[in-house]
Design a protein around this ligand. Structure first.
Ligand code: SF4
Length: 344
């Protein structure tokens, strides 16, 4: 890595959100996985070190924390980690595939977290299973939503607080059909839902590779059409469930809307802090060095001349894929580089 400048920016951007990847273990093999999970070592922490990472996050005091991965519910201590954060007043959202959602997990979620988002990436079983790389994943996701919806409604009946429940739909070209009928079906079938969110697949992780970018990334026109479809998709919802389309262009480094992305700190399963959530560059481990030192390094990385040169030329998802390929291959760890070189 080139020498890092000391920047005034270090004290300007504060961490407002933490994405904590609890593990890279995952039962699914999604074609677009941002973290290539299930195909790399899980790197999960033991309980003692999990608590140390939780303490670091509590000291930061972000507005919210997202548990991601991998399948975060495979970490044996996920509920303890969530409780530590919640007790400190920090809202926790779990992003889950639905594969490991038995009744006990659903009940524990109702006690431990602020929101649960289940990923569904196809409007029907065949499409979803093909994108998610495992037969049965659509059925398991539907069963998980059924269970979570029941738990949610039972809490509401007892006037007890419960998680917000949502569906996150990552739109690839393969999955970009029948979105309206999906909204109609899901919102009537799962009345405990609070939201359904659509967002175009981002060129990050496996999504950056040239073959995927050519076949599955949305074109500028498709992306605009998806964003413009929000009112139509909302009109198909029942039970007052909120439907929205995230404009992923807000995450483009050159977008005036990118301020939100600037304040995100992403922590990998073994405690390493990424320099920027979309890229493989790491700036050190929160278990070894103070977070403010690491965060300063992350901001310096983002402002360094070579990184700026790449990110300043991003105007479309295709440009973004190119920049991600260059940055990951230059700044990933040796293990990342070996893994990337073996991608097909
Ligand atoms: S479920 Fe999530 S973490 Fe697992 S392979 Fe799919 S995208 Fe990656």
């Amino acid at each position: 890595m080139e020498p890092l400048e000391s920047l005034e920016a270090q004290s300007v951007t504060r961490i407002n959100r933490v994405i904590w990847d609890l593990t890279y273990a995952c039962p699914l093999r999604c074609i677009h996985c941002y973290s290539e999970s299930g195909r790399r070592p899980a790197r999960m922490l033991d309980r003692e070190r999990m608590r140390q990472v939780a303490e670091v996050i509590i000291a930061i005091g972000p507005e919210r924390v997202s548990f991601s991965g991998g399948e975060p519910l495979l970490a044996p201590w996920w509920d303890e980690a969530a409780s530590l954060l919640r007790e400190a007043g920090i809202p926790v959202t779990v992003f889950a595939s639905g594969w490991v959602m038995d009744q006990s997990v659903a009940d524990r979620l109702s006690q431990a977290v602020t929101a649960v988002t289940v990923s569904v990436d196809g409007a029907d079983e065949q499409t979803h299973d093909a994108i998610r790389g495992r037969t049965g994943s659509y059925r398991r996701a539907m069963a998980a939503l059924e269970r979570l919806s029941r738990v949610k409604l039972a809490c509401t009946e007892r006037a007890e607080p419960c998680f917000r429940l949502g569906i996150d739909y990552t739109v690839t070209r393969s999955g970009y059909s029948n979105l309206g009928s999906f909204v109609a079906t899901a919102t009537s079938r799962f009345p405990g839902l609070d939201y359904v969110r659509f967002g175009a697949v981002m060129p990050v992780g496996l999504g950056q590779e040239t073959g995927f970018a050519a076949d599955e990334l949305l074109s500028d026109k498709e992306l605009e059409a998806l964003v413009d479809a929000e009112p139509e998709l909302s009109s198909r919802a029942s039970n007052g469930i909120e439907v929205s389309v995230t404009d992923v262009r807000s995450f483009l480094p050159t977008s005036p809307l990118s301020v939100e992305g600037e304040g995100i700190a992403q922590i990998e399963p073994d405690g390493q802090l990424r320099a920027f959530a979309c890229y493989e560059a790491k700036v050190g481990n929160v278990l070894d060095e103070p977070i403010d030192v690491l965060w300063g390094r992350a901001l310096a990385w983002r402002a360094s001349p070579f990184v700026r040169e790449q990110t300043n030329t991003i105007h479309s998802l295709t440009d973004w894929a190119r920049a991600t390929r260059i940055l990951d291959r230059r700044y990933g760890s040796e293990a990342d580089k070996v893994r990337i070189a073996h991608r097909k």
